[in-house]
Unconditional design. Sequence first.
Length: 294
Amino acid sequence: MNGAPSPSADTSHGAARRMLARAFAEAGLDTPDLDARLFVCAASGLDHAGLVREAEAPLGEAPASRLRGFAARRLAREPVARILGRREFWGLDLVVAPDVLDPRADSETLIETALRRADTPPARILDLGAGSGALLCALLGEWRQAIGVAIDLSQAACAATRTNLAHCGLDGRALVVRGDWDAALAAPFDLVVSNPPYIAADDIDGLAPEVRAHDPRLALDGGPDGLDAYRALAPILARRLNPGGLALLEFGVGQGEAVADLLRAAGLDVDGFADDLSGRPRVVVARWGGKIVA
């Protein structure tokens, strides 16, 4: 198939889905069938069950036009979530805003690990470098008695977090602060989570176009070795955790031991790692025993 697919008003929903899936597969996209299904549903205002029911029904002019636009943008390697402006994360329907990191499914490892490793339900949760607010929204949704604070240096990220907290009905239990890590904080927390920038600066240009061209560099660039954020975070955790409090940090490929060493040097007890959906170590688990390292 040459160029972007061009479904017409008379094209059926099922034929349009197959048309897009074929074009996406030929372009080497990772999930062509899923992408095509999501676009047809979004263009037509259908859920997945509705798509099955209406498989033989024609699209109509407006949905066909929307679908042609979606397909062209996806073939230009714009991520699905940015095209649709939405992302499902931990069962939540979140807004994906321009200039804010698009949350990935692998980051759900942080939520799974928090639920598994927390000794008691946390009363106060801190999300450092909150981005879209996906982590805090998911955690507050699981622990209904908790309150949370989200911090990000990006004004766009703070706005996105506020939007998503409100959309999830959680804004009454959360505060969003624009700032540099913990500079505006005083009180301690029972749980701190973070998905900080961890890509080595020289590696960013080699990332997939969906990432390098659409995610903000501020959310990706971890400095020369990818570890700059962890050097900043390690002493923060010792200041901001209650004794026995839990810290969960996402990290990149091959960074686990280096991140763990930084946490130990700051006086935290490292309690292992948690694997992501592909079985790769993704999250370091640490606790603070109450000892500040000078």
